[in-house]
Write a new protein. Structure first.
Length: 79
């Protein structure tokens, strides 16, 4: 899991800081895929390995998605 988090961080940094001016660059697609795999891995670990309640995991994931959508909508307005 640590290696996956490292890969996620590297891809995110590469996309957001190196190729920020190029939204069509392939690293942005790779970043999205790696982030999705990371969230899926963390969700599986939380539910089945740690045994956290489903509602807790659902609410945490829903909160994260809402914050992500809020941040994306804010970027569009400033452009």
């Amino acid at each position: 899991v640590e290696a996956l988090m490292l890969v996620t961080s590297v891809c995110s940094f590469w996309a957001d800081y190196v190729h920020v001016e190029e939204p069509d660059h392939v690293i942005h697609q790779i970043d999205r895929v790696v982030a999705f795999v990371s969230v899926a891995c963390l969700s599986y670990s939380s539910l089945f390995i740690l045994g956290l309640p489903f509602m807790y995991c659902f609410c945490a994931l829903a909160g994260a998605v809402l914050l992500f959508l809020l941040s994306r909508s804010r970027k569009r307005r400033s452009e």
